[in-house]
Every structure is written in structure tokens, then in C-alpha cells.
Design a protein. Structure first.
Length: 176
């Protein structure tokens, strides 16, 4: 009989190790892919929130003697959504003046295509309560199959004439 210190792994020990590895993978792999999918979706909602804050700020800021201004419509930026993230330069895109006025400068590559759609461009812009002052849209094709997901966020004016988010992110085909 050999001493325990030089014996190999028994069949039972190997089976326990293999089953623990299998259980760990069974839990980790689906969680990892779910996290990967939601992180792609998070880009649209976070970027729309950032753009909404920028548009609200632009609307509230005085532009010389003019007030309550919105830049003209802009987008899509990039011109088409990509399954793979793509670097964009807002200064070279259609509607560049609007993107620059809103301070839109993405930190990294984009998977979605973004649009800014004001009710009207110019100054002294007002809308009826409940009507959209502007709408922001993100369109994506995360898996490259031609079906697109769409995220929309709108802002209206409250009774005091201040921009207020409608509080709803409209989503069509979230994970297409």
C-alpha cells in the first residue's frame, strides 16, 4: 500500500471536480451572454439620456438675446446602424452643426444610429403641454440580420415652460 501523499486522484474525486466545473459553467455562461446582450442595449438608453440632458440645457440657455432655442433636426449618426461598433465624428456628419451645438461627442464607437428631431427649430420654441418638444431616436441592428430595434425618448414642456422628460423610453424590438 502506498502512502496517501503519492496517490493519484480517485475516480470519485475526479467526478466531484468535473460536476462542480459543469455546475459553475452552467450558471456562468448564460449569465455572461445575458450581460453581454444587455450591455449592447444599454448604449442606446444611456446615450439618449445624455442627449436629452444636452438638448434641455441648450433649450434653457440664452443665445444672445434669444431664448428657448432648439437646433435643426440632425441624424442619423452614423448613417446606418452597425452590428459591430463604429467610430463616428459628429463634426463630419450630416447635421454636424446640431451635434456640435448639443455637445454630442461619443466616448467610443457606436452600435446605434442616433437622430435629433425637434418639433421646430429656431428660437422662442413652444409646444402645447403633452406635445413633444423634441424626440431622440436610436436605431440598431445588433446581429446584422436587417431587423432593427428602435429606442425613442421625448421631452415636453411643463406648465412653467421648462423642458420635462416624459419619463418613458419607447422601445421596439429591444433585442431584435
Amino acid at each position: 500500500m502506498r502512502p496517501r501523499s503519492i496517490q493519484g486522484v480517485t475516480l470519485v474525486e475526479a467526478a466531484v471536480i468535473a460536476s462542480l466545473a459543469g455546475i459553475t459553467l452552467a450558471v456562468f455562461v448564460p449569465t455572461f451572454f445575458r450581460h453581454l446582450r444587455t450591455s449592447k442595449i444599454d448604449e442606446a438608453s444611456q446615450t439618449l439620456a445624455d442627449l436629452a440632458a444636452a438638448a434641455d440645457s441648450y433649450y434653457r440657455t440664452r443665445h444672445g438675446s434669444l431664448r428657448r432655442c432648439l437646433p435643426p433636426a440632425a441624424g442619423p449618426l452614423p448613417s446606418a446602424p452597425n452590428a459591430e461598433p463604429a467610430e463616428v465624428d459628429p463634426a463630419e456628419a450630416p447635421g454636424a452643426a446640431t451635434w456640435l451645438a448639443l455637445g454630442f461627442d461619443p466616448d467610443g464607437p457606436l452600435r446605434y444610429s442616433y437622430e435629433f428631431l425637434p418639433a421646430q427649430a429656431g428660437c422662442d420654441v413652444r409646444v402645447e403641454p403633452g406635445e413633444a418638444l423634441y424626440t431622440l431616436r436610436a436605431t440598431g441592428d445588433l446581429d446584422g440580420d436587417g431587423r432593427r430595434s428602435t429606442f425613442e425618448r421625448s421631452t415636453t414642456l411643463d406648465e412653467a415652460g421648462e423642458p420635462t422628460d416624459l419619463g418613458v423610453l419607447y422601445v421596439t424590438d429591444r433585442i431584435e
